[in-house]
Design a protein around this ligand. Structure first.
Ligand code: IPM
Ligand code: MG
Length: 364
């Protein structure tokens, strides 16, 4: 029988997090009501707001909540208020801690250019037309977690900083399997991005991805160096289908790819592990506009769609949310980050309402 009881951990976080989360939950509850899904939403603190309350960015209670949930929704963490804190107490540690402790090794960042927003891209319209790519970023390995790490002082009093780029064969093959599986559901083109001409750890990456590829003869596998990929993303982004890459390269390439669509305020993400998954917008906490009801909630709303698709087995409803967002843009509604002449400028809450209204029409 299809499961219709889900426990979702909700971490709104800092800055604009609470405002955008409110709109995303509006959409989630709407789907739950219409489809008779029983949702248990449990809120917790992470990031700077958790630090203010508990003195740590990821309190045990929040980690426990995450571990007991079917899926996790996260707004954003961070802000100038916490920037002077020791590295181990910064809001970002909450994100890294959740990724590590929940084993969220596969980060999916779909980059889709909405036709309505093509003018908002800094690139020419003909370059960004038709972009529909998926970045699969490894999320629990590489220099982000590799040891040794830190800054040491030598006898001469001079400091040395070190981080370690490390990948085991198993870490590479499990992310490769996910990427091939995803490519299978799309155009069946997988590009693996590395720096195998210089870095041994990514030469292993290339070899293991190639080995895994033998089990997926229906998917075309190609390899590209990361510097070339950074250039190709600007030159001809429509050539890409699925890109699989390391943690650090994926971090950088996904920000670059996000900008192709005009606004980082549009892009959702999913971080998948073996047992649970976390959904969040790609953008940060935007403390400068927090509380002003002007932040774009669409990336978080689109993250709800990813949660329905990947964690709650509701792919049709996921597509309906994506359609409702596209319809809302077609009606001309815009938050300030994507606003253009002749369009209707609205705030965070009104944007959530507009998507909800379109979703209602589609659900009926
Ligand atoms: C991201 C962010 C994080 C990362 C930061 C906030 C730790 O940039 O999710 O891309 O580097 O992974
Ligand atoms: Mg990043």
């Amino acid at each position: 029988m299809k499961q219709n009881n889900f426990k979702i951990a909700v971490f709104a976080g800092d800055g604009v997090g609470p405002e955008i989360m409110k709109e995303a939950l509006k959409i989630l509850k709407l789907i739950a009501n219409k489809k008779n899904i029983n949702l248990q939403l449990a809120e917790g603190l992470v990031g700077g707001s958790a630090y203010d309350h508990f003195g740590v960015p990821l309190p045990d209670s929040s980690l426990e909540l995450a571990l007991q949930s079917d899926a996790i929704m996260l707004g954003a963490v961070g802000g100038p208020k916490w920037e002077a804190l020791d590295y181990s107490l910064r809001p970002e540690r909450a994100l890294l801690g959740l990724r590590e402790k929940l084993g969220l090794f596969a980060n999916l960042r779909p980059v889709v250019a909405f036709d309505e927003l093509l003018d908002a891209s800094p690139l020419k319209k003909n370059v960004v037309h038709g972009i529909d790519l998926m970045i699969v970023r490894e999320l629990t390995g590489d220099v982000y977690f590799g040891k040794p790490r830190g800054v040491t002082k030598g006898k001469d009093g001079k400091r040395t900083g070190v981080n370690t780029m490390v990948y085991s064969e198993d870490e590479i093959s499990r992310i490769a399997v996910r990427a091939f599986e995803i490519a299978r559901t799309r155009k069946k083109n997988l590009l693996s991005v590395d720096k195998a001409n210089v870095l041994e750890s990514t030469e292993l990456w290339r070899n293991v991805v190639t080995e895994v590829g033998r089990n997926y003869p229906d998917v075309t596998l190609k390899h590209m160096y990361v510097d070339n990929c950074a250039m190709q993303l600007i030159r001809n982004p429509a050539q890409f289908d699925v890109i699989v890459t390391t943690n650090l390269f994926g971090d950088i390439l996904s920000d670059e790819a996000a900008m192709l669509t005009g606004s980082i305020g549009m892009l959702p993400s999913a971080s998948l592990g073996e047992n649970t998954a976390l959904y969040e917008p790609i953008h940060g906490s935007a403390p400068d506009i927090a509380g002003l009801n002007i932040a774009n909630p669409l990336a978080t709303i689109l993250s709800v769609a990813l949660m329905l698709r990947y964690s709650l087995s509701m792919p049709q409803e996921a597509s309906l949310i994506e359609k409702a967002v596209a319809d809302t843009l077609k009606e001309g509604f815009r938050t300030q980050d994507i606003h253009q002449q002749d369009k209707k400028l609205i705030g965070t809450e009104k944007m959530g309402d507009a998507v909800a209204k379109n979703l209602c029409k589609l659900l009926n």
